[in-house]
Design a protein around this ligand. Structure first.
Ligand code: COA
Length: 179
């Protein structure tokens, strides 16, 4: 669906379930995410089957598989608004593939498509304020921090602070043309 220098963003397929279960079962990967580790193979199969049916061009969530040489290494969730002009994103990489620029490349490839092909106006992301790697990724891609909401979310038995990030098409285009 989307190809970058080293990666492919594609639809999930049944063969991805084992790798998906493995990285979702790592406690550090699950720490700021909606699920709890471990993430069983059966749950992974059900989730992968649901992801495989989505349509990224329709409003609502679509989950892209991030593949390196065909192998699943992570995923990106895209939530397109009903107006088809805005979206939220979320992302995950298997730990052994972190620290190599793959998330920047994959999310950057998706943003390119969203802003230059689909002509979206704005993309947003919400991050747990303790999730430094995620905030750094967004800033690297040009997102602006637009808000801080203290104790905004009751999450895994505690109140947590949220950072709000946003990126406008105009900022993406000017950052791209500036190299
Ligand atoms: C958020 C997450 C995807 C970020 O992953 P990441 O590995 O930090 O991001 P990238 O893959 O873009 O890698 C960037 C790092 O690789 C380094 N790097 C190495 N080779 C590189 C290359 N060829 N190109 C670019 N960067 C490279 C960069 O310097 C950077 O390191 P730094 O952050 O120490 O400066 C990852 O931490 C994750 O999956 N976390 C668990 C799930 C989660 O919490 N998701 C977010 C929910 S909001």
């Amino acid at each position: 669906m989307i190809t970058t220098e080293r990666l492919e963003l594609r639809r999930f397929q049944p063969e991805d379930a084992a790798a998906f279960s493995a990285y979702r079962s790592v406690p550090e990967v699950a720490r700021f995410q909606s699920w709890n580790a471990p993430f069983s193979p059966e749950e992974a199969q059900r989730t992968v089957a649901r992801f495989a049916e989505g349509d990224p061009l329709q409003p609502g969530w679509f989950q892209y598989a991030i593949a390196l040489d065909g192998q699943l290494i992570g995923d990106i969730g895209l939530n397109t608004f009903d107006n088809l002009m805005q979206a939220d994103i979320g992302y995950t990489l298997a730990p052994e593939y972190q620290g190599k620029g793959y998330a920047t490349e994959a999310v950057g490839g998706l943003l390119d498509q969203l802003f230059t092909v689909r002509e979206l106006h704005r993309v947003s992301a919400e991050v747990d304020a303790r999730n430094v790697a995620s905030a750094r990724l967004l800033e690297r891609l040009g997102f602006q921090q637009e808000g801080f909401r203290p104790q905004n979310t009751w999450f895994k038995d505690e109140w947590t602070d949220d950072l709000l990030f946003g990126l406008l098409q105009s900022n993406w285009r000017s950052a791209r043309s500036a190299g």
